[in-house]
Every structure is written in C-alpha cells, then in structure tokens.
Write a protein that binds this ligand. Structure first.
Ligand code: OGA
Ligand code: ZN
Ligand code: ZN
Length: 424
C-alpha cells in the first residue's frame, strides 16, 4: 500500500457526505411542500423562490431510512420489486426545524429527506445538465504547442507518491484538463511506474503485463520494441476498453540523436479537421477502423498468446457533438478495411490529415525525456510517439510503461478534492 493509499483509506471513515461530488452548494431551504396529485409530484417551494417537483415514485425509491438505504454500504437496499410505481403519499409535511421533507406512505412507512439533499437532486433541466457536466470533472482545455509550452506541469516524483495531496491534486487536475503531465526525478529503476499508477489510481494490466519494458529487442512483438520512429498514436486501440491513461518512464535515454518524445492534442486536431473538412470529420466519427494485435508475450508473468481485435471510429462524439475520445494507431490498424469501396480513399485522406496535423510544428510538442522523467498522458486524447534512434552498444534506450483507467483517476480526484476542501 502506498503512503497515499493509507491516507485515503483512513479518510474514508470520517463520514458520509450527502453530496455525491463534494461540491459545496449554498444552503437551500424549503419553505413549503405541496402535494400535487395532478402531476404526481411533491412540489417544493424554496427560500430563493423557485419551485421544484419531485415525483412520488422517485421519493419512495429514494427513502433514506435504514430499511431502504443500507447505512454502511451506502447503497440502496430497497429492491425494485418492493416498489409500487404508481404509489401516492398519504401525507406530506415540511419539517422546517429539522430542514427535512417528511413523507408518510399508505403502509405507514415514513421517509425523511434533508432539504439540501433534495436540492442536489433536483429535476430542473438546468440542474440536471449541470450535474451531468460535473461528472466529467474540470473542463478540458485544448492545446497546441505554444499553449503546452506554457502549461506543461512538472511534478516531483517524491512529492507525488509521498502523499502530498496538493501535488497529487495538481497532477490529476492537469491530467484531466490538458491530458499531459511530466513527473520528474523518479528513481531510474523499474517499479516507479507502478508506484505512480497506484498513486493516481490502480495499474491496469494488459497482455503485455502489469507494466511493460520498452527497449529494442530481437524479434520484437511490438513496433515500440524496435528503434523505429513511432508516429503519433494511442496505445491498445484493439482493446474495447482502451486504457485511459498511459505512463512512460525514461529509465535510460538514448545517447546521441533521436529518441525524442512527441505529443499532440488530438482533440485540438480533430476540431481543426471539423472546421476545415466537416465531411472528413463526419466520416472519421461514424465509420470504424479495425485494429488487431496478434502474437505472444514471453516477458510478462502470464506468458500469454494474444489475439485481440476491435473495431472503432477514430473520433467519438457525445450527443452535443463534443469530442470524447480519439483512437488511432497505424502499425496495428488492420489490413481489413470493412467499408464500402467509395469510402476507402476518403478514409485515407482522413488518416493523412489527422497525422499531418498532429505532426505539424504548431501542434506537436517535442522533447527528449531525461532519465527519471515519467510522461503521464491521456491515452484517449493525447497522441504520443517518438523519433527513431540508432541502437549502439553504449546506449540502450529503456523505458517502462503502464496504464491506469479513468474511473480510478476520477475517483481519486474527487476524494483528494474533498480532502483538500475539508482541511482547516
Ligand atoms: C509505446 C511507445 C514511445 C517511446 O511503447 O507505446 O509509444 O518513446 N513508446 O518509446
Ligand atoms: Zn424507508
Ligand atoms: Zn505507444
């Protein structure tokens, strides 16, 4: 267990906060509760003037008593087969002293809901939208090289893995907003990636092992394990649950020309494509490429054969048209292009435009990692790669890599944000 994990573990027992996301909302109070049988809702009139309806069935489903809500697992114990969908309250009362809404149901069951708790769960369109936005965490900032030159965050390895919450918060925040953070002064041994992974979330194993070593190898089973240039790409596009974040630790850098790391913000690049060639943007957001990885991994403890195949579009967009994920990887893009003939050329045009924009000097960040540097980046957003190098006897370039998923990173971000807010 890392130092940080001990801190987070102990803090869990402090108390359960009614706010799921830890955002302190201003204190709201209900001045009146109206049982509106016509709409099937309890309408709450608030001290700031608005009225928010809460449907009967939702209220019954959301009862917080120890029979309906399990107090130590913090989860609902009321089963759906115990719920009557057309239930109506027997009575509704606003307990202003306790700041609670009290609902009595026909079978005599009594439910109490703190005003603030209800406020945070209002069905008002604006509130629902804001809550859903909040799920994504802080807003992302798109970047080109000039922006990243100014904003690339460097964090100290010892501070990060040693339990310094402000450093961890900064690192997680930057990772969410910009998708790239550089950890410096890590020990130049294998193992630092695992320490960082367990600090940011949990290390996510793949068929290359819990972590993997990047060095030129004889009979390489991955192009990364050669000295070739690696064009901008995301890792493991042939996994349906493609890793969220990647760590690359420079244990020993190549001496001489080459070996520089390259990064670019594919969300920015995708927006440029959308603006200049909406037809190609649409194509890349709707027509998938197939990716495959077939081979054998002898170095990982599992010593497994692998045969992964997955089809995905290069761009994923949400219902509002925002880009949520980008995936590309030329070496493992399948030779099967499962598209109608007339789309073949435009698909290549799209690939080419994306690649050229990532590599454009205005967009591409290029730097040579020092021994002890660890690049941590959003593998669903920031393309990475490297310039080729020549293997010589006295220069063996060695990196260790690993992955962490966004679920665990966002989880840690919420907890650390709460802990820092609660500090005296
Ligand atoms: C990789 C990779 C980059 C490098 O292993 O996936 O992209 O700098 N490596 O070797
Ligand atoms: Zn109950
Ligand atoms: Zn890679």
């Amino acid at each position: 267990m890392t130092v940080l994990n001990v801190i987070l573990f102990l803090s869990f027992w402090k108390r359960w906060k009614p706010s799921d996301f830890g955002q302190p909302a201003p204190l709201h109070q209900v001045v009146k509760a109206v049982n509106n049988r016509t709409s099937g809702c309890v309408d709450l009139v608030w001290n700031f003037g608005s009225v928010t309806p809460f449907p009967y069935v939702w209220l019954r489903d959301s009862c917080l008593c120890p029979d309906c809500f399990h107090p130590t697992t913090l989860s609902r114990s009321l089963r759906i087969d115990q719920l009557q969908v057309d239930i109506e309250p027997q009575s509704v009362q606003n307990d202003s002293a306790a700041q609670q809404l009290v609902v009595t149901w026909p079978d005599g069951h009594v439910s109490r809901y703190p005003h603030q708790w209800l406020r945070e769960r209002s069905f008002a369109k604006r509130d629902v939208k804001a809550r859903r936005k909040q799920l994504d965490g802080p807003k992302t900032v798109l970047w080109d090289r000039a922006t990243m030159d100014r904003h690339l965050l460097h964090v100290d390895y010892d501070r990060l893995v040693g339990g310094d919450l402000a450093t961890l918060h900064d690192a997680l925040h930057h990772l969410i907003v910009y998708g790239l953070v550089l950890v410096r002064k890590a020990p130049t041994d294998f193992g630092a990636v695992e320490e960082i992974g367990e600090t940011l979330g949990h290390v996510r194993p793949t068929h290359y092992g819990k972590t993997f070593r990047v060095a030129s190898k004889v009979d390489a089973n991955n192009l990364a394990y050669t000295a070739n240039e690696l064009a901008p790409h995301m890792d493991l596009t042939y996994y349906e649950y493609m890793p969220g974040v990647q760590m690359l630790h420079c244990i020993s850098q190549h001496i001489g020309d080459g070996g520089e790391s390259i990064f670019s913000d594919s969300f920015h690049v995708a927006e440029v494509i959308r603006a200049r060639r909406p037809d190609l943007f649409h194509l890349l957001a709707t027509v998938p490429f197939e990716f495959a990885d077939i081979g054998e991994e002898a170095e990982s403890r599992s010593r497994c054969r692998f045969h992964k195949i997955h089809e995905r579009t290069m761009f994923c967009i949400d219902e509002d048209g925002n880009i949520t994920q980008v995936a590309t990887n030329n070496p493992v893009r399948s030779y099967r292009l499962n598209v109608p003939l007339e789309l073949v050329k435009p698909m290549y045009e799209g690939l080419r435009m994306f690649n050229d924009l990532c590599r454009h000097p205005d967009n591409q960040l290029t730097f040579k990692m020092d021994n002890g540097d660890v690049a941590v980046f959003n593998n669903r957003r920031v393309t990475h790669g490297r310039l080729g190098f020549t293997v010589t006897e006295d220069s063996q370039r060695t990196l260790e890599g690993g992955y962490v998923d966004w679920d665990d990173i966002m989880c840690r971000y919420r907890i650390v944000t709460d802990l820092l807010r609660e500090r005296p």
